[in-house]
Write a protein that binds this ligand. Sequence first.
Ligand code: ADP
Ligand code: MG
Ligand code: MG
Length: 246
Amino acid sequence: SELLRVENLHVSVEGKEILKGIDLTINKGEIHVVMGTNGAGKSTLANAIMGNPVYEVTEGSITFDGEDITEEAVNDRAKAGIFMSFQNPIAIPGITVENFIRTSKATVTGENVRALAFKKELKEKMDELSFDASYAQRYVNEGFSGGERKKNEILQMSILNPKLAMLDETDSGLDVDAVRIVSDGVDRFHTKDNAVLIITHHNSILQKLKPDFVHVLINGKIVKTGDASLVADIESKGYDAYKALV
Ligand code: ADP
Ligand code: MG
Ligand code: MG
């Protein structure tokens, strides 16, 4: 059944139009991949779906789980079950990984998250990600390597358990082992009741994850939608053929 419907979405940043009419429907159980040239608007699309106020919707709509959320605030979208992993996760000095994720979970679920049960859940999820438990007491992303920042994003996702997880180049800059850990983490998370939108430049994150649809985004428009074979095709041939479709 339908989870997300983006219709004729136009988005501007600082008065400049970046997305120029995006249509995208994601059903529960599906994995979608968005590829595209640098600066095409991939991160803008994810940010607009998440509700980042820097990204102004000037036309079109976003419907999630049957509700029009085009005007809703980030927090309400998170509560509704949308999650975004950032391309460049920032450090949050003074706040530990454990406190940050526990507070996020309490906010998103609206429930009191009990400390002991949470510690146990966090430990289990960190083990699955080969993420040393000591990192729970470190400040969020402070002094973390690129790979550790991305693991921390996947850790948040697996604990918040959203209905729609958007991963913005979570695999970029990772070594092959880390890509596999991230890919396995997303595979464990993904069920027939949720959906994943993966922004990537690489085939390797898709070893285990089988995308249902691959979208090519160029200059603010989806110029082509196809199956998983598009990823390898683009990796070997580049975007020239797709630029001609703009
Ligand atoms: P992609 O993720 O496909 O590489 P982005 O969505 O990040 O592309 O960027 C698309 C365009 O929008 C770029 O020209 C970029 O400079 C601009 N843009 C994106 N986010 C911002 C922002 N927060 N402030 C200013 N310009 C932005
Ligand atoms: Mg980019
Ligand atoms: Mg980007």
